[in-house]
Design a protein. Structure first.
Lengths: 170, 170
DNA sequence: CACCGCATGTAAAACGTTACATGATTCA
DNA sequence: TGAATCATGTAACGTTTTACATGCGGTG
């Protein structure tokens, strides 16, 4: 499962609590994956059971104890295995395009405009978010991470261009 | 659920069997949605139970009867409702970017090359598929459908460009 | 005999929503 | 002072998706 591997990958960067992971999903990797809290905690529990991570409880003053998860050797092996496995087929899921594909039947040009406008707003918000994520320049790892971000940005920009073109054509 | 709505949308174009729908998912709408057979049949059964589609059995010579599904008034209403509902948040799921994000830890430039090459092949195949899909020019509906396809094509092309750039930079 | 057209069934894995709990701290 | 937010986590329940297997009557 990809979520397993992504969690392992994040924990390989540094040990984290479930809470930390949630923030990582909402920040660093938001442009290619999302996961909600309960999903993260459940997965973490399973990874622990499977011996891929272990937990160290770190007391804090004035805050709940941190349950820090870190990779075991088995976890590192699992991550490597995933990185070397073939890519799964993509299965796109784009509700926006789904709507656009069928919205013509409503015979309502304003509805089309509204749909495009809604999407444009979402795209702009996303672009702003991505542009605020830190770009670090450094070794191979850092450059690859930046590249994933760059791809996200290019994609949103391409979408905005496409929207311009489409709105002009209608 | 979006799959419900997409099936309703397709059936609104013309009545279809589950089998026809599967082909539609693998062809016409492949660039923004995928569904497997069992999922389609199960969903059709549910839609029928809910009174959103009904079935007419059409005998054929030398082949199993066709179970043609067509929209009821309720089904059309449901489709309209979906088309007018707000867009859900996107939750990206891109295993490729996930791997790229973490693959640096393997300290293996060849592995990176292989990953990019694998992706490039997939992108090229996808581009070929999309370019072979028919583009119809006509009324609003037709133009919107072409636009979804155009977006798919632009996206893959942007990805190929990004791959060029990235490979050159490494 | 393999494949097409057409479907059914079942189980497991994955994902999401909602609610709850607790002790700081910050902000109006 | 009271409300909101942060930091951390648990739990129950429901929905979605995936994977895989099976059946049957043609046709080339």
């Amino acid at each position: 499962m990809a979520l397993d591997a992504l969690i392992l990958g994040l924990l390989d960067l540094r040990p984290m609590t479930g809470y930390d992971l949630k923030k990582a999903f909402d920040g660093t990797v938001a442009h290619f994956w999302s996961a909600d809290q309960s999903q993260i905690y459940r997965t973490l529990a399973r990874l622990e059971q499977d011996g891929l991570v272990d937990v160290r409880v770190v007391p804090q003053a004035g805050k709940p104890d941190r349950r820090e998860h870190r990779l075991t050797d088995g976890g590192r092996a699992r991550l490597t295995e995933w990185l070397r496995s073939p890519l799964p087929d993509e299965k796109p899921r784009e509700p926006f395009l789904g709507k656009l594909f069928f919205v013509g039947r409503e015979e309502d040009p304003e509805l089309v405009q509204a749909l495009l406008a809604e999407r444009r707003n979402a795209a702009r918000r996303l672009l702003a978010t991505l542009e605020n994520l830190p770009v670090v320049d450094g070794d191979l790892s850092a450059r690859l991470r930046s590249a994933t971000l760059r791809k996200g940005i290019l994609e949103v920009q391409a979408e905005l261009t496409w929207l311009d073109e489409l709105e002009a054509a209608l």
